[in-house]
Write a protein that binds this ligand. Structure first.
Ligand code: ADP
Ligand code: MG
Length: 240
């Protein structure tokens, strides 16, 4: 579903993605772990072509990501993305936030977009807040809306970049529960997170990155109980 081959990315002299080769098959949940600055966000952004790469290839569902234009917009619509900051439109209601992209990008009718939006808000447990504005919701609720908004495009893959890092601790679980539900429903997911409980329970695979490289690519079980590299041992020693 996602296939990255020998991807390299530089910011000036800084080599932030080094020969990244990675496959996420349909229906798999891959959790990306690694210290701050290891290139996790850049990898997510590269997959979505929010960030151009210097060499290598990234394909989604067998189609290489084009550099620009209409084809890029279409492919990008297949990749849902949820960031640390939810970035909902402050002057639109919750349901309008979820309706917007399908109407604009997929040319879905208003009635159809509203119907789908309400179903998705139901799925993330906030249909009863549909007519409120983002500021009236808690951070956890806003992040669940952001997930519903991404799902409204009917993406083939969902990328999550530290979706719970900006949340108060008591709101983390409600967002992880929604993500776990998605995983159970068979969504293909690449998740950057520091939530080790989620990684252990929900991931099919763990990728550990350090200094722009994939250092380990293994099962959660083997990563947490028997990390091979010194860098992974060091990382786990600091966070567990
Ligand atoms: P992570 O998400 O793992 O913390 P990032 O992908 O955000 O790591 O960053 C990887 C490296 O690239 C870091 O050294 C960071 O400072 C650098 N970096 C990220 N974005 C930019 C940018 N737009 N310009 C220059 N350097 C950047
Ligand atoms: Mg990051």
């Amino acid at each position: 579903m996602i296939k990255a081959s020998a991807v390299n990315k530089y910011f000036g002299d800084l080599h932030v993605l080094r020969e990244i080769t990675l496959e996420v098959p349909r229906g798999q949940v891959v959790v990306v772990l690694g210290p701050s600055g290891s290139g996790k966000s850049t990898l997510c952004r590269a997959i979505n072509r929010l960030e151009p790469i210097n060499s290598g290839e990234i394909a989604v569902d067998g189609v290489p990501l084009p550099a620009e234009g209409k084809a890029l917009a279409a492919l990008r619509a297949d990749v849902g993305m949820v960031f640390q900051s939810f970035n909902l439109f402050a002057h639109k209601t919750i349901v309008e936030n979820v309706m917007l992209a399908p109407m604009k990008v997929r040319k879905t009718s208003q009635a159809e977009a509203r119907k789908t939006a309400m179903e998705l808000l139901e799925r993330v447990g906030i249909a009863n807040q549909a007519d409120k504005y983002p500021a009236q919701l808690s951070g956890g609720q806003q992040q669940r809306v952001a997930i519903a908004r991404a799902l409204a495009m009917r993406p083939k893959v969902m990328l999550f970049d530290e979706p719970t890092s900006a949340l108060d601790p008591e709101m983390v679980q409600e967002v992880l529960d929604v993500m776990t539900g998605l995983a159970k429903d068979g969504m293909t997911m690449l998740v950057v997170t520091h939530e080790m409980g989620f990684a252990r329970r929900a991931a099919d695979r763990v990728i550990f990155m350090a200094d722009g490289e994939i250092v380990e690519d293994t099962t959660p079980e083997s990563f947490f109980t028997a990390p091979k590299s010194e860098r992974a041992k060091d990382f786990l020693g600091k966070i567990l």
